[in-house]
Ligand binder design. Structure first.
Ligand code: HEC
Length: 158
């Protein structure tokens, strides 16, 4: 058992695995001939930089058909893009907004930091009374924590 674990870890360390997506197979196949995949997966670069880098690799002998270059660049950029603050903006829950007239209770709870009960109440109220026009309308929802709504009002869209 112990030995198996060690062998597994050794493999895992050598062979950094690629996230799934269009282009994964090409990278898996074409970018390991000369160096470890880890060289690729530990790099962070902008789209322009990846584009230049892939060109460079092709000129060094990487075997990628012309029509696949764009796919590879897209894939690399998407998964190994620059680690700058802008990159986190999309994935960081902290900056998300939610449409209170369309969102599910789960989305409301997640984005506004309210309880599932409050989120359900918003949905029920919306179903009964029609759409919300401004954040203050949400204060009319029975039992709602108005403070939480107010402190998150910048995240609310209509
Ligand atoms: C024909 C051999 C070859 C193939 C195939 C190849 N590379 Fe490279 N790659 C190299 C060499 C040689 C270096 C080191 C060159 C250097 O020092 O700049 C390198 C370095 C790199 C680096 C580190 C350089 C840096 O600026 O950080 C990255 C990232 C990289 N390759 C990505 C890729 C990707 C992505 C692919 C597949 C599209 C690929 N490589 C395919 C030869 C290859």
């Amino acid at each position: 058992m112990f030995l198996t674990t060690v062998i597994f870890l050794a493999f895992a360390a050598n062979d950094a695995s690629l996230p799934p997506g269009k282009g994964q197979e090409i990278v898996q196949k074409s970018c390991v001939g000369c160096h470890a995949l880890k060289v690729v997966t530990s790099k962070r670069a902008s789209k322009e930089q990846w584009s230049a880098l892939v060109d460079q690799m092709v000129s060094r002998g990487a075997d990628i058909p012309d029509e696949d270059i764009e796919t590879v660049v897209e894939y690399l950029f998407k998964n190994f893009g620059p680690a700058d603050p802008n990159a986190s903006e999309k994935s960081d829950d902290g900056n998300k907004t939610v449409n209170v007239n369309k969102a599910t209770a789960t989305e409301l709870a997640g984005t506004l930091g309210i309880s599932g009960k409050d989120a359900d109440a918003i949905v029920a109220y919306r179903d009964q009374k029609g759409i919300f026009k401004e954040w203050r309308d949400l204060a009319n929802v029975p039992g709602i924590e108005t403070k939480k709504i107010e402190s998150n009002k910048d995240r609310i869209t209509f």
